[in-house]
Design a protein around this ligand. Structure first.
Ligand code: ADP
Ligand code: ADP
Length: 233
């Protein structure tokens, strides 16, 4: 589903590449965990998957990245939007509507889907994420975990095959973080979605991962492997 072939990303004026010599092979339906300290290149790696790198962030990308067979050098983020959904740390900053239901529908409107398909997908997503009782609630009145579930839902209604999340639990208390992680597990197992998750708190999520990518920010290629192998490094 996703391949990186000897990928190096360098930002202008940087002393060393933000990513160096990354080789990855991520099959459909895997949950891949990116770990490493702040500045180690986690966001850059996620950006290379959703196309923000190299098209919007100014990073120079060498090597080759493909997502669902599409080369991200020749496909801009909007050409990947039907395949890759992205979720960040601060859902409130990205919400564009006022209520849960409107927010779930918003992403589909730009795709021009028929009204009955949109309504069905909103219902399906409310159920999948346990948000049905909150459908009319103003987004600002939700808990952090509920907001983050809505942010994930607003991307899922488009039926992306790949979901990238940049530290989605970093602003959450442990209970809310568990809610979000449980949702991600369900996506992987029930829908076969491929999930890339950047986290700096390793211990909570490592049990759910199929592969771990360990970045150290020192300019060396990441360590990639099964959780037990990488944890032993
Ligand atoms: P992380 O997500 O692990 O914190 P990042 O990918 O954000 O790491 O950053 C990796 C390195 O690249 C850091 O040194 C950061 O300062 C730099 N960097 C990230 N984005 C940009 C950008 N748009 N322009 C210049 N440098 C950047
Ligand atoms: P459509 O909206 O295209 O008419 P449905 O909404 O009935 O079709 O969904 C088609 C299939 O996709 C269903 O089996 C549904 O469970 C599944 N599905 C729902 N959400 C997702 C998702 N986020 N990613 C992949 N498949 C999904």
């Amino acid at each position: 589903m996703i391949t990186f072939e000897d990928v190096t990303v360098t930002y202008a004026d940087a002393e060393r590449p933000a990513l160096a010599g990354v080789d990855l092979h991520i099959p459909e339906g895997e949950l891949v965990l990116l770990v490493g300290p702040s500045g180690s290149g986690k966001s850059t790696l996620l950006g290379a998957v959703n196309g923000l790198v190299p098209h919007f962030t100014g990073g120079e990308l060498r090597g080759r990245v493909t997502v669902a067979g599409r080369d991200t050098r020749t496909h801009r983020p909007r050409d990947l939007a039907d395949v890759v959904g992205s979720v960040g740390q601060d859902p409130l900053a990205h919400f564009v509507t006022d209520t849960v239901e409107d927010e779930l529908a918003y992403g589909m409107e730009s795709l021009g889907l028929p009204g009955d398909v949109m309504r069905r997908r909103v219902e399906e997503t409310l159920d999948l994420l346990g948000l049905a009782d909150l459908r009319d609630r103003p987004l600002s009145t939700l808990s952090g975990g509920q907001q983050q579930r809505v942010a994930i839902g607003s991307v899922l209604t488009v039926h992306p095959r790949v979901l990238v999340l940049d530290e989605p639990t970093s602003a959450l208390d442990p209970g809310a973080a568990e809610e979000v992680l449980a949702v991600l597990q369900r996506l992987v197992h029930d829908l076969g979605t491929t999930v890339l998750l950047a986290e700096h708190r390793l211990e909570r999520v490592v049990q759910y991962a199929d592969q771990v990518v360990l970045l150290d920010g020192g300019g060396a290629p990441p360590v990639v492997g099964a959780p037990a192998e990488v944890m032993a490094v």
